[in-house]
Design a binder for this molecule. Structure first.
Ligand code: ATP
Ligand code: MG
Length: 491
């Protein structure tokens, strides 16, 4: 079953300026302002300060940015670019449109919501997904993908959502999550989860390709929570090759690939079972670097050359995919380990999001320009039809018995839950009756007490009333006698 999804999506994240860059940027002042007397005047502080850097990315809206925007102040333009012959373009002033643009203030959660989250929805239904961060060195790829313990990136946020979704489905499905983590360093694949000292084959681990791409011999972990994945990633990152370079204190010298394989099987005992399988790949690429800009020497230079070689191979694959326009054409995946691993993410059965990281200042002018051009080209890849990975498993008798046993266990668990629920309800009813009896007893006692209080006055009242009646009767007789004629004649 094919699902219509957009082709490879390109989302750009512009990182905030570093402290070093911020100190060299011009102060943000307006060219002109209205003073309190109503006159239009220039502010006291001139914009043409001694700043040596400038902003080269202007974000227009959440999909459009301008690279190297035209400077509106001619004096500043002259200071920045000097004299240029008439007709020469001082600024590139080039507009780029992407699927999404995040500015320097975007939080990790914003970037996650706008990139990886939409892919996760389909992962449990059997759609493969890949997220990879691309960009020059020091532009925020590792920050976006892994982040820090206090401000975690896409991996942790995605895993937290994935395990939440698994928890919601656990009544109806058995879901198996397997995690692997590797790096490609100098064109060799290394397992980041293997214990240090574990022997590895010469030339690194090997890739096996059939309907999917697999690396042979990787250590597999079965985490149960997002925090366990975070620990796995922290452990892997601590073993990853990282070195300070001129451009980045914590420069990644390898491409890191985290893969999460999810298999979902429904709780049924029918003769055939429909399983869905999908792989989420999260890739933190090493940054492209210009040897002249990084002043790397020795080992760092060899690493840089290998990084550039694999990124060039990736660029060539992207170009070939764009040009093929859907036709079957040779795509040079085999030119590097990175492109072999990404084969299905780029041109196969996989929904892919590329997070393009760029720096905002002129210190990275060429890198940012090249990265944006590269990313724009990748938006033209339109060859994919993403399908669901579904496997119908016909059960053998043994598996059938196993499924029945599993269901029996589940029935027992449900019975226990039900019995527990009934006990709880009976207990509740007993407590309600006990409370009602106590209440009736208390009301009875109250009435008795009140009766005792009023009994004496009632008896007194009754006695008085009797005496009053007798007195009134006697009075009547006396009155009658006094009014009789015998009595009046005598008088
Ligand atoms: N959005 C951001 N907010 C705050 N700090 C950031 C951001 N992006 C990057 N940084 C900081 O910039 C520095 C370089 O970032 P990072 O290591 O992620 O770059 P990178 O693209 O992975 O570089 P490399 O290719 O050399 O590995 C780090 O100190 C990181 O904390
Ligand atoms: Mg990095």
């Amino acid at each position: 079953m094919a699902k219509p999804v957009p082709d490879l999506e390109n989302k750009v994240r512009v990182r905030p300026p570093t402290a070093w860059e911020a100190a060299r940027l011009p102060e943000r002042v307006y060219d002109a302002c209205i003073r309190t007397d109503g006159a239009l005047s220039t502010p006291a502080k001139s914009v043409t300060t001694q700043s040596s850097l400038r902003d080269i990315v202007q974000i227009i809206d959440d999909r459009v940015l301008t690279f190297d925007p035209q400077e509106r102040d001619p004096s500043r333009a002259f200071v920045e670019r000097g004299f240029l012959p008439p007709g020469t373009k001082r600024y590139k002033d080039r507009r780029f449109i992407f699927d999404r643009v995040f500015n320097g203030e975007a939080a990790q959660q914003d970037v996650y919501q706008g990139t990886a989250k939409p892919l996760l929805k389909n992962l449990l239904d059997g759609y493969n997904a890949t997220i990879f961060a691309y960009g020059a060195t020091g532009c925020g790829k590792t920050h976006t993908i892994s982040g820090t313990d206090a401000d975690p990136g896409v991996i942790y946020l995605a895993m937290a959502d994935l395990f939440r979704e698994i928890e919601d489905r656990k009544e109806d499905y058995d879901i198996d999550v397997v995690v692997t983590f590797l790096e490609i360093y100098n064109e060799e694949i290394r397992d980041l989860l293997a214990e240090p000292g574990t022997p590895t084959p010469r030339g690194g681990l090997q890739i096996r390709e059939d309907k999917s791409v697999k690396v042979v011999g990787l250590v597999e972990h079965r985490p149960r929570t997002a925090d366990e994945v975070k620990q796995i990633v922290l452990l892997g990152n601590s073993r990853r090759t990282q070195s300070p370079t001129h451009a980045n204190e914590t420069s990644s010298r390898s491409h890191a690939v985290l893969q999460v394989h999810v298999t979902q099987a429904p709780h049924t005992a029918s003769l055939s079972e429909t399983r869905t399988m999908a792989t989420l790949s999260i890739i933190d690429l090493a940054g492209s670097e210009r040897a002249a800009a990084t002043t790397n020497m020795g080992q760092r230079m060899v690493e840089g050359a290998n990084i550039n070689k694999s990124l060039l191979a990736l660029g060539n694959c992207i170009n070939a995919l764009c040009e093929s326009g859907g036709a079957t054409r040779h795509i040079p995946y085999r030119n590097s380990k990175l492109t072999r691993l990404l084969k299905f993410s780029l041109g196969g059965n996989c929904k892919t999001v590329m997070i393009v990281c760029v720096a905002p200042t002129s210190a990275h002018f060429d890198d940012t320009h090249n990265t944006l051009i590269y990313a724009e080209r990748a938006t033209r890849i339109k060859t994919k039809v993403v399908t669901r990975n579904v496997l119908n498993v016909n059960r053998h008798v043994g598996q059938y018995v196993e499924a029945i046993n599993r269901l029996n266990i589940q029935v027992e668990e449900l019975k226990e839950q039900l019995a527990g629920k009934r006990d709880a309800e009976a207990e509740k009813e007993r407590r309600r009756k006990r409370d009602a009896a106590v209440e009736v007893e208390r009301a009875k006692n109250d009435l008795l007490e009140k009766f005792e209080h009023v009994q004496a006055p009632i008896v007194d009242g009754a006695t008085c009333s009797g005496k009053l009646d007798v007195a009134e009767a006697k009075l009547k007789v006396i009155r009658r006698r006094t009014r009789s004629p015998a009595c009046s004649g005598r008088s």
